[in-house]
Design a protein around this ligand. Structure first.
Ligand code: FAD
Length: 107
């Protein structure tokens, strides 16, 4: 379901879980939670030691042959201790992707 916010969930019994959303309640046998950076909010009852870190990526428009998939490799480079940068070639016109790994602010 799109555009549906999960507000809470609770065990109804040993087999069923009720999920309350802003569009009503649903009952299910299993729950897969994939809340991304909102996971600590959605799973707040569990007090998991999960750290949210913001990392930036950028795509550069470049249609030169050497940056195309098949010519340029994917890479991950530790350019200083514990500091990484990585990249992907221009795959089908999506641009050359360059990112910093594990370096953003922690929330
Ligand atoms: C900088 C960076 C670069 C990356 N590059 C790549 C890459 O090149 N290739 C690759 O395969 N992966 C890449 N990843 C990883 C990939 O983005 C993630 O693994 C993937 O997006 C995780 O998907 P997800 O559905 O678990 O979480 P998300 O994509 O974060 O989605 C979480 C969803 O949960 C929703 N949500 C939150 N709270 C609620 C709620 N209460 N009710 C309902 N919905 C809710 C949000 O609206 C959101 O839509 C990258 C990640 C980062 C940080």
């Amino acid at each position: 379901m799109f555009e549906t916010k999960v507000k809470s969930y609770r065990n109804l019994n040993h087999e069923l879980i009720e999920v309350q959303t802003d569009k009503g309640s649903f009952v299910t046998k299993q729950l897969i939670i994939s809340a991304g950076l909102w996971v600590n909010e959605v799973l707040s009852d569990f007090k998991l030691p999960l750290v949210i870190q913001k990392n930036s990526v950028a795509w550069f428009e470049n249609n030169d042959k050497e940056y195309q998939i098949g010519n340029m490799p994917c890479f991950l480079v530790e350019y200083d201790t514990g500091k990484y940068t990585y990249g992907f070639p221009n795959a089908l016109g999506t641009g050359v992707k360059i990112g910093l790994h594990l370096q953003g602010p922690v929330y």
